[in-house]
Design a protein. Structure first.
Length: 358
């Protein structure tokens, strides 16, 4: 298996402004494509079906993109076969998706029809657990709003201590070093918006809680990291994104969770590398320290250290609250799984395997 053919993203995220969806960015709207929209409650096998489809075509050597749930990175919200420009997505709340042209560009796949009547016995339990989930998400969004507001304050302090001319010069250098050939004169380019990071708990790999990401999972050949000035890093990413759009390039912007419209990272289509901010596993560090005005930075340094530390604590609090919601969700799934007709799920899975390239 060629690891370059497998990439993992979040198609949506819990952000400082609430739930933000980029599901419309999964398929390439400039190409013929198709969307299978899965409907059905928790425990009906949506994620299992998508994992099976992805693994099947992954084993055949196809380029596959996996789209993970931002509230549970072990669960899938979508899977896409790149060559076919065809995807299977979870079309249930909070990312409700309906068919635009059923049978032509998309189709609804109802897994709810395989739910047995026995689930009715769990009505009171499911109702209680849904209320727990609702309360957890309300608390998580409160933490995220606070973190977003503090992040804005941190950026304002850094702005006061940043030399804009030095940032512009650094953006030009990064542009020439990394993106000089990123031009497409033969067609319309595309800026694809997705998330590389989410707020959660990465218990399986590192035990990290707070902001987690798929940088390591995606096995980028190179990771360029903009370090030393978070405000300048965002300006550089914005300037390069504008330049790529002007040159009709195809690229992906990875949204920043705490800054609406901001970018955490960029990748160029066809290139297996990433330009990001503050990557611990960076192969190539681009130092932005020289964009800071020393005396002005010294005057705000203590406030910034406190601000960034508090943001991390708020993100960790949000992640722990979301993990409580995840636990409640697992309990709801446990009510449905015993009464599901998984033979029906198997038949649907096989049908999609056979028809997805048609």
């Amino acid at each position: 298996m060629n690891v370059k053919n497998i990439k993992r993203y979040f198609p949506a995220a819990n952000t400082g402004k609430g739930f933000y969806s980029c599901f419309d960015q999964i398929n390439d709207g400039r190409r013929e494509g198709f969307l299978y929209i899965l409907k059905g409650g928790p425990g009906t096998g949506k994620s299992t079906l998508m994992k099976r489809i992805g693994k099947h075509f992954e084993d055949l050597g196809e380029a596959v993109e996996y789209f993970h749930c931002s509230s549970d990175d072990g669960s899938l919200d979508g899977v896409r076969l790149v060559s076919a420009n065809a995807a299977i997505v979870d079309g249930t709340a909070p990312h409700v998706i309906e068919a635009a042209m059923p049978g032509v560009t998309d189709i609804i796949v109802n897994l709810g029809e395989f739910i047995g009547a026995g689930v009715k016995a769990h009505k009171e339990k499911i109702t209680r657990l849904l209320k727990i989930k609702e309360g957890c998400f309300a608390a998580a969004y409160a933490y995220l709003r606070a973190a977003s507001g503090l992040d804005c304050a941190n950026m304002s302090l850094l702005k006061q201590a940043t030399n804009p001319e030095a940032v512009a010069a650094m953006a030009e250098k990064v542009k020439l070093d990394c993106f000089a050939c990123a031009r497409n004169d033969g067609g319309t380019g595309r800026e694809r918006r997705l998330f590389l990071s989410a707020v959660g708990e990465d218990g399986e790999n590192s035990g990290k809680i707070g902001k987690i990401n798929f940088r390591a999972d995606n096995n980028y050949g190179k990771v360029y990291s903009l370090n030393g000035n978070a405000y300048a890093a965002r300006l550089v990413l914005a300037e390069i994104a504008a330049n790529l759009s002007a040159n009709n390039a195809d690229f992906t912007s990875f949204c920043e969770i705490l800054c609406e419209g901001g970018r955490e990272a960029l990748s160029l289509d066809g290139e297996n590398w990433l330009l990001t901010a503050n990557a611990a596993e960076a192969g190539i560090v681009i130092d932005l320290t020289d964009t800071l005005i020393a005396d002005k930075y010294a005057s705000v340094r203590d406030r910034l250290l406190y601000g960034f530390d508090t943001v991390d604590k708020l993100l960790a609090a949000a992640a722990r609250t979301l993990s409580e919601a995840k636990a409640a969700h697992k309990e709801i799934e446990a009510c449905y799984i015993p009464v599901m007709d998984f033979g029906g799920l198997d038949r649907v899975t096989e049908h999609i395997k056979k028809t997805i390239f048609q």
